[in-house]
Design a binder for this molecule. Structure first.
Ligand SMILES: Cc1cc2nc3c(=O)[nH]c(=O)nc-3n(C[C@H](O)[C@H](O)[C@H](O)COP(=O)(O)OP(=O)(O)OC[C@H]3O[C@@H](n4cnc5c(N)ncnc54)[C@H](O)[C@@H]3O)c2cc1C
Length: 240
C-alpha cells in the first residue's frame, strides 16, 4: 500500500491495518462491537462513526441531526502570475458571506481554485465544471476564455446551527459529524479529542458533546423537502 497521507502513515507505522473500500453495513450494540462489511467483520473495543455526509442509514440516531450537501470545485488552467494576481492580490483564501458561499484562492501554479454551488441530491451533476463555472464567471467575468482543467466534489454535512455534532451513543461508540463546511480543521480536532476520551480523559470531548444539536425538521425522511425549500429561500435572499 502506498499511502501519501501523513495520518495513514502514522497509523500504519503504529501497527494499524487499514482496509479501504470496505463499506460498513452495520455494527452490533455490544461490547466489544462487531463491525460488519460485505467482505468480513471486525471485533472492536471502540467504534468511532466518522462518516460525516456519507453516514446514510448506518446510524439513524445521529443521521437525523445532519443534512448531507454536495459541494463542488473547479481549477482553471495556469493563468500566469500577473493575471492571477489581478483576480486576488495575494495568496489567501476568500469566501463571501452569502448563505450558499462562493470561496476561492490561487494555487502555487497560478490557477484560480473556485468553489461554488451546491446540490442536495444523491447524484452529482453530470458535468461539475459546467455546474460551477457560471458562479465563477459571475465574480470573474474576465475568465470567460480560461480553460477549466479540473473539477471535483464531495458530500459534507451541516447541522441546523452549524456547530459540529460530537457525542457518545454508548460507552464504546463515539461519533463526530456535521462540521458544516469547516471539517478540515475541526474533523481532525474531533479525532484528537475522541482519542483522548477513549484514552480516559474526556474533558475536552465533553465540552463539544454538550453543545446543543437540533434535529432537522422531518427527521431523515422529510428533511430533504424542508431543506430544499429553505435553501431556495435563502439563495433568493442571497441574490437581493
Ligand atoms: C468540495 C468541497 C470543498 C470543501 N472545502 C472545505 C474547506 O475549504 N475547508 C473546510 O474546513 N472544509 C471543507 N470541506 C468540508 C470537509 O471536506 C469536511 O468537513 C471534512 O472532510 C470532514 O471530514 P470527515 O473525516 O468527518 O469526513 P470525510 O472526509 O467525508 O470522510 C468520511 C469517510 O468515511 C467513509 N465512510 C462513510 N460511510 C462509510 C461506511 N459505511 N463504511 C466505511 N467507510 C465509510 C467515507 O468513504 C469517507 O472516506 C469541503 C468539502 C467539499 C466536498
Amino acid at each position: 500500500m502506498n499511502y501519501t497521507l501523513g495520518l495513514a502513515n502514522a497509523a500504519t507505522d503504529a501497527g494499524v491495518r487499514i482496509f479501504e473500500r470496505s463499506r460498513v453495513k452495520g455494527y452490533s450494540h455490544t461490547d466489544p462491537a462487531l463491525v460488519e462489511t460485505p467482505e468480513g467483520s471486525v471485533k472492536a473495543d471502540f467504534v468511532v462513526l466518522a462518516c460525516n455526509g456519507y453516514l446514510d442509514k448506518l446510524e439513524r440516531r445521529v443521521a437525523r441531526k445532519i443534512m448531507p450537501i454536495n459541494n463542488f470545485m473547479i481549477a482553471t488552467e495556469p493563468l500566469g502570475e500577473q493575471r492571477a494576481l489581478e483576480l486576488i492580490n495575494g495568496r489567501f483564501g476568500v469566501h463571501d458571506t452569502r448563505f450558499v458561499v462562493d470561496y476561492f484562492r490561487l494555487s502555487e501554479d497560478h490557477r484560480l481554485l473556485f468553489g461554488g454551488g451546491e446540490n442536495y441530491r444523491r447524484e452529482f451533476p453530470a458535468d461539475i465544471s459546467k455546474f460551477v463555472r457560471p458562479y465563477m464567471l459571475k465574480l470573474f467575468p474576465q475568465l470567460e476564455d480560461a480553460r477549466i482543467d479540473y473539477a471535483w466534489g464531495g458530500t459534507l454535512s451541516v447541522t441546523v446551527n452549524r456547530l459540529p455534532h460530537f457525542g457518545r451513543l454508548k460507552p464504546n461508540v463515539y461519533f463526530a459529524q456535521g462540521f458544516s463546511g469547516h471539517g478540515i480543521s475541526t474533523a481532525n480536532f474531533a479525532g484528537k479529542v475522541i482519542a483522548e476520551a477513549i484514552g480516559g480523559t474526556a474533558t475536552r470531548f465533553d465540552v463539544f458533546a454538550d453543545l446543543p444539536t437540533h434535529m432537522f425538521p422531518g427527521g431523515t425522511l422529510l428533511r430533504y423537502p424542508g431543506m430544499v425549500l429553505g435553501m431556495f429561500y435563502y439563495s433568493l435572499i442571497d441574490r437581493l
